[in-house]
Design a protein around this ligand. Structure first.
Ligand code: LLP
Length: 423
């Protein structure tokens, strides 16, 4: 489902004209479609239905509580990587029994909070973490349910900064060490090793790495069972890619077929951790043109969104489609760099993009901005963090308002050795 379509020459989010949101809320602003989020969840749930896979939404993709609740209402659990995310999941109404906690650097405080909350499982990434978790659980007099995340050493064939399943990545326990770590975990009084977990990277559009990695995971499970361990749970990770450019959609049935072939025969309880797949294409970043600067070599469309709002283009050379909100049917597109106001050459949203003539004040939509957009935002250059809006049918709600300058600047504190401002 593409929730963002033109009607009467105007780009809409579901039934709401984006121009209306820009008028009411101002720009830049992230706009999400609840219907698109639900449709993605339903598509994944349907593909995996026969295997009863628990879907733990990876909050890091978009942790606005309204988004989490939209998914939780559909039955989703949560994959969290910090106490902050755990608190967001709980505040949004995700039951603790559906929450898994991943991440290579969980602190004792975070472990304590998660144990007191009674989460479903810790995805364990190292031996020192195992020791600390055992100690923290012992101090609380509880037993921590643990899935050992192992690193299958498979190339996910995605961007280097978002690949996680190779030996040189910091994630998970090397497959050669997995059995020894598992045996150690099983011998600990306050650890209940319930199974294994894996995540090989993000934005995978080629499914073959999943097959290779799941095959290794299944071999490991059989090996662990042969050593007497009761492996009841397998966490498949996340990472299924979305279509950013309009020419390659991942076939969820093909993904499900790989799980069915490689993992389902193990007869374990299954979990997965999708983030981007559920929300990525359900959002746009709506921005207004400030100036158009025509150079001898380039046309620069300077907009009011910047790298602090959407860092993916400059951080990962990521491609996001950029389209005018008012359909310019008669004009022929010609190249433009769409850039923000930040004082860095890396502050761009798109380079050499075919775009019709846009006037100052014209609205543009930067597509596929629902995942790793707002959550990676900052207030660099003392810019206000971008607000977020959720659309459902013909209605919309501001789900995070734009802060005021007082709120932003008022965070700083003066040490008492600096004299107060002289009037
Ligand atoms: N599970 C684990 C253990 C993860 O590390 C991640 C993502 C996910 C699940 C969810 O992956 P997804 O289904 O969203 O691909 N900021 C980058 C993406 C970083 C992904 C980090 N881990 C980007 O903008 O492309």
């Amino acid at each position: 489902m593409d929730a963002f379509t033109y009607r009467d020459g105007q780009l809409h989010a579901e039934q709401v004209p984006l121009a209306r949101i820009a008028e009411d809320v101002g720009t830049p602003v992230f706009v999400y479609s609840a219907g698109a989020i639900e449709a993605q969840y339903d598509a994944l749930a349907a593909a995996l239905a026969d295997m009863k896979v628990g879907i733990c939404y990876a909050l890091k993709a978009n942790s606005n509580q309204a988004v989490i609740r939209t998914l939780a209402a559909r039955g989703a659990g949560a994959d969290v990587v910090s106490e902050g995310e755990l608190r967001r999941a709980l505040a949004a109404g995700v039951p603790p029994s559906k929450i898994v906690f991943a991440g290579v650097g969980k602190t004792a405080g975070e472990m304590r909070f998660a144990l007191e909350t009674g989460i479903h499982q810790f995805n364990l990434e190292s031996e020192p973490e195992l020791e600390l978790l055992n100690q923290v659980a012992a101090a609380l007099g509880v037993v921590a349910p643990v899935a050992v995340r192992f690193n299958p050493d498979v190339d996910a064939k995605t961007h280097a900064k978002i690949t996680t399943g190779k030996k040189e990545n910091k994630f998970g326990i090397e497959i050669e060490q997995a059995k020894a770590v598992y045996a150690r975990a099983a011998a600990m009084a306050n650890i209940d090793p319930v199974g294994v977990a894996m995540h090989i990277g993000s934005q995978l559009t080629d499914l073959e790495p999943y097959r290779a990695a799941y095959r290794r995971m299944a071999d490991l499970v059989r090996g662990l069972r042969a050593e007497g361990h009761d492996i009841r749970r397998v966490d498949l990770g996340g990472g299924i890619g979305i279509d950013y450019s309009g020419d390659h959609t991942v076939d969820l049935d093909a993904y499900a077929a790989i799980v069915r072939d490689e993992i389902a025969p193990l007869g374990a309880e299954l979990l997965c951790e999708p983030g981007r797949l559920l929300v990525g294409n359900a959002g746009v970043l709506l921005t207004r043109t400030v100036f158009v600067k025509q150079g001898t070599a380039k046309r620069f469309v300077i907009v009011d969104a910047a790298m602090n709002d959407l860092i993916r283009p400059t951080l990962y050379e990521a491609y996001h489609q950029i389209v005018p909100v008012a359909e310019g049917a008669s004009e022929s597109p010609h190249p433009a760099d769409i850039v923000g106001p930040i004082c860095e050459s890396g502050d761009y949203l798109g380079k050499d993009r075919p775009l019709p003539d846009v006037a100052e004040g014209a609205l543009l939509a930067i597509k596929s901005a629902g995942a790793y957009g707002a959550v990676m935002g900052s207030s660099y250059n003392t810019r206000l963090m971008t607000p977020e809006v959720l659309v459902r049918d013909g209605d919309y709600a501001v789900i995070r308002p734009r802060p005021s300058y007082e709120e932003l600047i008022g965070q700083d504190r003066m040490p008492d050795w600096l004299s107060p401002q002289q009037d």
